[in-house]
Design a binder for this molecule. Structure first.
Ligand code: AMP
Length: 321
């Protein structure tokens, strides 16, 4: 089963307190696609300019990301620059240059319309709604968003929430959307707006998954060094969606979603270990399985012997390596 991913494709410039890197591959769809590609094939819908470097196109191709839905038009690719404080939970946007992204009106190629799993990466919710008008019988729809859209496109976002299965957003965005400081109450308020599930990302403190009657708290992998948190949320959403697709099921239960959250968190933990997609680009299956096993043990507080035979079975034989 494939995942359809729609979102931004960008050239980023990232500054931390220690390093500065210009002209990196970025954008919600780029991180989402590479994150998902570890589990299932991806149909990518996005837009770039004629300046978009061939090496980035080659990276997508090497990861089984289908590019029929990638529009290349005369002009410059979307550019974004951000700077992190010492506390990397705090980031400010230094610069946004929409360029060809301003003309983005996602059109799904006919072959993409029946893709079973849909990930609406962070773009204007009006465009996310427009994508949903073109899909046929999706099995599970995940949407991401950001503070900007909560502020300037709230009505479109609220309309979107009625049509999706899961909204993934960070703790600050949850509080902004609901005007409720308590994350549990805020999560419930979001569920009342439509989605069956909400995933609340808390950066280095992990992630909460809520449905109307179930709850899961997933820790974060404890990293000594974080180089660049950009795209962690998009990678989470991509790996989450890719894992669900790899299950090849008609209907997903809460246990499936819990594992999807764990894989999302794990892939996000790799993402932040380098700038842009450098770490994900070179990630091996063994590294993912090792971290998954560690996670299972670290999260378990029953009788540890019961876990000793755990094999770290990979979700599907269709996984690409
Ligand atoms: P995240 O760290 O998950 O917030 O995602 C970071 C990515 O979002 C960067 O690679 C940017 O290129 C991209 N981005 C920044 N602003 C926007 C925007 N207004 N719309 C879509 N993508 C954006």
């Amino acid at each position: 089963m494939s995942v359809l991913i729609v979102g931004s494709i960008a050239i980023d410039s990232i500054k931390t307190q220690l390093e500065e890197h210009p002209n990196l591959l970025g954008g919600s769809a780029s991180y989402g696609s590479i994150g998902a590609s570890f589990f299932s094939p991806v149909n990518l819908v996005g837009i770039v300019g004629t300046d978009f470097p061939q090496q980035y196109v080659d990276l997508f191709k090497s990861r089984r990301v289908d590019l029929v839905g990638l529009e290349v038009i005369e002009g410059k690719t979307f550019r974004w620059a951000g700077e992190y404080e010492w506390d990397m939970n705090n980031r400010k946007t230094l610069h946004t240059e929409l360029n060809v992204f301003e003309m983005f009106s996602p059109k799904l190629p006919a072959a993409y319309r029946s893709t079973p799993i849909i990930l609406l990466g962070n773009i204007n919710p009006g465009l996310q709604n427009h994508v949903l008008n073109q899909v046929e019988n999706p099995r599970f729809i995940v949407a991401d968003t950001m503070d900007l859209w909560i502020t300037i496109a709230r009505a479109d976002l609220i309309a979107l929430l009625k049509k999706i299965d899961l909204l993934a957003l960070n703790d600050g965005e949850v509080r902004q959307l609901t005007e409720e400081p308590n994350l549990i109450k805020a999560g419930r308020k979001i569920l009342e707006l439509g989605p069956k599930y909400v995933a609340i990302k808390k950066g280095e403190h992990g992630c909460l998954l809520l449905s109307r009657d179930e709850f899961f708290s997933c820790g974060a992998y404890p990293l000594d060094d974080i180089y660049d948190p950009t795209g962690a949320g998009d990678t989470f959403a991509g790996a989450f969606s890719g894992y669900l697709a790899s299950l090849e099921k008609e209907v997903f239960d809460f246990a499936d979603l819990k594992k999807a959250v764990v894989y999302g968190s794990l892939l996000a933990s790799f993402c932040v270990e380098s700038f842009s997609l450098e770490r994900l680009k070179n990630l091996s299956k063994k590294e993912i399985i090792d971290r998954y096993e560690w996670f299972k043990r670290a999260s378990y507080f029953g009788e540890i012997e019961k876990l000793s035979g755990a094999s770290g079975v990979w979700p599907t034989s269709s996984t690409v390596w």
